[in-house]
Write a protein that binds this ligand. Structure first.
Ligand SMILES: Cc1cc2nc3c(=O)[nH]c(=O)nc-3n(C[C@H](O)[C@H](O)[C@H](O)COP(=O)(O)OP(=O)(O)OC[C@H]3O[C@@H](n4cnc5c(N)ncnc54)[C@H](O)[C@@H]3O)c2cc1C
Length: 524
């Protein structure tokens, strides 16, 4: 469990100049959280610093798939698919409260399509080995119509059903953070790394600032891991201002629609859209996530915005397949993320062609940088990067234990029809809070099933520091229905203020900032 005063305790430890960490990780997304948990669970003294909130960056903005990557199979990248399928199985085993099986249906409009995808996806199943979650099967035209009642059936020849997994990215991230604390590691949000400490040219720690108080810290560490996603180049330049850029950000957007969009529980997968991309429509928390795009970007930013062309592309593609084409008014939320793709060495490669595999770089001064990868493989990325730190800094060679490490909230047989299922084993404690104090049962949003207890829980146990942390990443309201999240913002801010000891001025500022941010998740 993370306790309310943990932040103050950590800051006190950071202020002690004698404190030295074995492994210090910069960045609190999937990569950084995976690396920190790997390090702490192997017994290394570990600290993670996040400049904003945990998973504020790309790691709360994924398509929510835990997958081998059917597209990578088509590209012939077997080793990447194999690794991701293995990790899919491990994640399902270790966080069954957050990772669920999901069936996908590919509709086929050409005679060759059904046998082609059935063969390819059977190979996909075989690669998963004993961790396969269901065999792919060809579907007749009628079978596709039954599975996806919302799609057009003229020219439909049949289809293929296959299986992958689906999850909640920001919830997994916070559960990983809780597991990190349980393993003796530390993590703190709103502490930004502003520089590296170099001794005789070697990286021996970081300079950081607490963004809530502007207090500065100098923190010693034997190994420093740079897991800052699309920001890795900024950290690399803290060691060597002339360092070559290793990242190529690629933007992807998602439109969130009502469940009616699909009229069922099976996901739609379009393997090749007009411009050669894959498009998914996947049920998620009683909504449907439709995406994504792949647009090269020059600038790394924490809150990227969807371009009109991306929104139009998704709506236009959906129009080709859906009986009732969605329009802008049907979009409940638009969220946008930047893929931290490893920059290719060959000139002229499009971002959609760049490998999604991860890379580890060790700079001259010993800074270890992790780039690329995907949420599905976060654990393996953590294992590999900690191995790199061990061989570079000579930490004792402790064995990795994360393959079988249960993630906080772990609960078998989670009832997925329960709107609060994502809390896993913590669900009972939230129930208890409501039983002991009926006021905790106050409903903030009937549409999204949000209770006062969840807001209190986010501030008390999940290190939510701002209204956005709570509404966006602890209870997902912003991504599920931006307008509804704006409606409940004032009440949620009052509840948080009481819990964290803030005044009316804080409430007003938080509501204003959140409303401004959430407006960017709405289509006008
Ligand atoms: C559109 C899209 C869809 C995707 N869908 C999927 C999917 O369905 N399945 C899947 O497996 N993967 C998916 N991915 C990939 C996956 O989401 C990313 O690979 C992963 O989230 C990247 O995590 P990260 O930790 O490297 O980066 P981030 O999550 O961006 O984390 C980096 C963190 O570093 C912090 N930071 C930066 N500078 C500093 C500093 N100076 N001090 C302290 N902290 C700092 C940032 O604030 C940020 O929180 C998708 C990606 C995108 C963009």
């Amino acid at each position: 469990m993370i306790k309310k005063n943990i932040r103050q305790n950590i800051l006190t430890q950071l202020a002690d100049s004698k404190t030295e960490f074995d492994i210090l990780v910069i960045g609190g997304g999937a990569s950084g959280m995976g690396a920190s948990l790997e390090a702490a669970s192997r017994g290394y003294k570990t600290l993670l610093l996040e400049q904003s909130d945990f998973s504020k960056g790309t790691s709360s903005r994924s398509t929510k798939l835990v997958h081998g990557g059917v597209r990578y199979l088509a590209q012939g990248n077997l080793s990447l698919v194999l690794e991701a399928l293995r990790e899919r199985g491990l994640l399902k085993q270790n966080a069954p409260h957050l990772v669920k099986d999901q069936s996908f249906v590919i509709p086929c409009y050409h005679w060759w399509c059904v046998p082609f995808f059935t063969i390819g996806l059977t190979l996909y199943d075989l690669l998963a080995g004993k961790r396969s979650i269901g065999r792919s099967v060809p579907l007749s035209k009628r079978g596709v119509q039954k599975a996806l009642p919302a799609i057009k059936n003229s020219k439909l020849r049949g289809g293929v059903r296959y299986y992958d997994c689906q999850f909640d990215d920001a919830r997994l991230n916070i559960n990983l953070c809780q597991t990190l604390f349980e393993k003796g590691g530390l993590a703190i949000n709103y502490v930004e790394v502003t520089g590296l400490i170099l001794k005789k040219g070697m990286v021996r720690g970081v300079k950081a600032i607490d963004k809530e108080t502007d207090r500065e810290f100098v923190i010693g560490a034997k190994s420093v891991i740079n897991a800052t996603g699309v920001f890795v180049d900024q950290i690399l330049k803290m060691e060597d201002p002339k360092a070559r850029d290793v990242i190529k950000p690629s933007q992807g957007i998602h439109l969130v629609m009502d469940q009616d969009f699909l009229k069922g529980q099976e996901a739609l997968m379009i393997p090749k859209t007009s411009d050669g991309r894959v498009l998914f429509a996947v049920p998620w928390h009683n909504r449907v996530v439709v995406g994504t795009t792949d647009v090269e970007k020059q600038v790394a930013e924490l809150e990227p915005h969807a371009e009109e062309t991306e929104v139009n592309y998704i709506l236009e593609t959906a129009k080709l397949y859906m009986i009732e084409p969605p329009n802008r008014g049907d979009v409940l939320s638009v969220f946008t993320g930047l893929r931290p793709l490893a920059a290719p060495t060959a000139e002229g490669k499009k971002t959609k062609e760049i490998s999604r595999g991860h890379k580890i770089l060790v700079s001259k001064g010993g800074l270890i940088t992790l780039t690329g990868g995907k949420w599905t493989t976060y654990r393996k990325m953590g294992e590999d990067v900690v191995n790199a730190a061990v061989s570079r800094a000579g930490h004792p060679k402790n064995k990795s234990v994360t393959k079988n490490l249960k993630i906080h909230g772990h609960q078998e047989n989670t009832d997925l029809s329960d709107p609060l299922y994502w809390y896993g084993s913590d669900r009972m404690i939230i129930d208890d809070m409501i039983e002991k104090d009926p006021e905790m049962g106050e409903i903030l949003s009937e549409k999204l099933h949000i209770y006062k207890a969840q807001v209190v829980w986010a501030a008390r146990e999940e290190m939510a520091r701002t209204l956005e942390d709570c509404l966006s990443r602890r209870i997902r309201a912003l991504q599920l229905d931006a307008r509804e999240s704006i409606r409940i913002a004032p009440r949620a801010a009052e509840i948080m203020a009481l819990e964290l000891g803030y005044n009316k001025g804080w409430i007003d500022r938080q509501v204003q900032e959140f409303t401004h941010l959430a407006s960017g998740y709405l289509l006008n």
